[in-house]
Design a protein around this ligand. Structure first.
Ligand SMILES: [Zn+2]
Ligand SMILES: [Zn+2]
Length: 118
């Protein structure tokens, strides 16, 4: 309920940085789940980064090129979204690799992968 209420209204109109609660709510929103499916379909369920190197890898994650929290107005913008595999996604978020605390790492991954409701 909260997620849906926030999803298209406040963020897209006001922009600005999102709080952690807002990004979490976004990733479980119906709008995101629908958009994620559409992007994966657009990219033929293939990792678009692997593809550049001639590799065919199944994509399971849709990544925000410009960070969701900083550019909420691009949260559902097709041009800001790209299908990637887990390995490539980890490279796109180098801050993950630096995390030493396992719990924090997990939380972080949940936050960025958009896989929670997949
Ligand atoms: Zn890849
Ligand atoms: Zn990402």
């Amino acid at each position: 309920m909260l997620a849906r209420a926030i999803a298209v209204g406040i963020w897209l109109i006001e922009g600005g940085n999102m709080t952690r609660e807002e990004t979490e709510a976004f990733y479980v929103s119906k709008e995101w789940r629908r958009k994620k499916k559409a992007i994966l379909r657009r990219d033929h369920y293939q990792c678009q980064l692997c593809k550049r190197y001639g590799r065919l890898t199944e994509a399971k994650i849709v990544h925000h090129k410009l960070e969701l929290a900083e550019y909420p107005e691009l949260a559902l913008d097709d041009d800001n979204l790209i299908s990637v595999c887990r390995a490539c996604h980890n490279k796109l978020h180098p801050e993950k690799a630096e995390a030493t605390n396992k719990y924090r790492y997990r939380k972080h991954e949940d936050r960025y992968s958009g896989e929670r409701m997949a």
